[in-house]
Design a protein around this ligand. Structure first.
Ligand SMILES: Cc1cc2nc3c(=O)[nH]c(=O)nc-3n(C[C@H](O)[C@H](O)[C@H](O)COP(=O)(O)O)c2cc1C
Length: 190
């Protein structure tokens, strides 16, 4: 049996997914876990936008434009392949969410605390997925920060900030990542 601790330390960001669908029940469990996250002052600053096919298609012109800029910047000789890969990353991922946090320009401390709470919610979602064998990837790629993305997804940029997209699905493979041992970042004060 996997203990909760094993579950936490085994989680990895998953970059490639199989075509298998993720059931509505597994997605609902992840959203339920997200909604249970801690938040100071009970502000519940998070929102989850499930991005379906039509909405994904609406993002594609910007996805291609941004991929072209990136491809040219790195001097790639494979522009068409780069664009295709960028499109597939949006179109073919089994589950795609945009997660937003409430903006609060008149109270930047509250906005920071709300961001922290939304990160907790997003990570609860990641861990719930992982418990069901579903991998995910938090992305802050340029498409998540585009003005047009807000328009296409019907998100008011004055009220909410997209803190990332979450892509999810069954892992094709699980990467190995070396993490610094906790003793390297822990100070015991006596
Ligand atoms: C705030 C945040 C933003 C991220 N954005 C991206 C991204 O845009 N592209 C990407 O490939 N990975 C992204 N990642 C995944 C990290 O690269 C990944 O967490 C890191 O490599 C450590 O691997 P692990 O998650 O398996 O421990 C992001 C992670 C976090 C926490």
């Amino acid at each position: 049996m996997t203990t909760f601790q094993q579950h936490l330390v085994s989680r990895r960001t998953i970059y490639k997914f199989t075509d298998e669908d993720v059931s509505a029940d597994v997605i609902d469990q992840a959203l339920e876990a997200a909604a249970a996250a801690p938040c100071h002052k009970h502000t519940h600053p998070w929102k989850f936008y499930s991005i379906g096919e039509k909405a994904r298609i609406s993002l594609l012109p910007d996805v291609k434009r941004l991929a072209e800029i990136k491809s040219r910047k790195k001097g790639s000789q494979r522009l068409e392949e780069d664009l295709q890969r960028a499109v597939e990353k949006i179109l073919h991922v089994p589950v795609l969410f945009a997660i937003t946090s409430k903006r609060n320009p008149s109270d930047l401390f509250r906005e920071k605390e709300d961001y922290a709470a939304t990160v907790c919610a997003l990570h609860n979602m990641v861990l719930s997925f992982w418990a069901n064998g579903v991998g995910s990837m938090w992305s802050t790629g340029s498409i998540t920060r585009e003005e047009q993305t807000y328009q296409h997804l019907g998100i008011d940029p004055e009220k909410e900030e997209i803190i990332g997209f979450l892509k999810a699905g069954y892992p094709q493979s699980i990467p190995t990542v070396r993490k610094p041992h906790f003793s390297e970042v822990t100070t015991n004060l006596h």
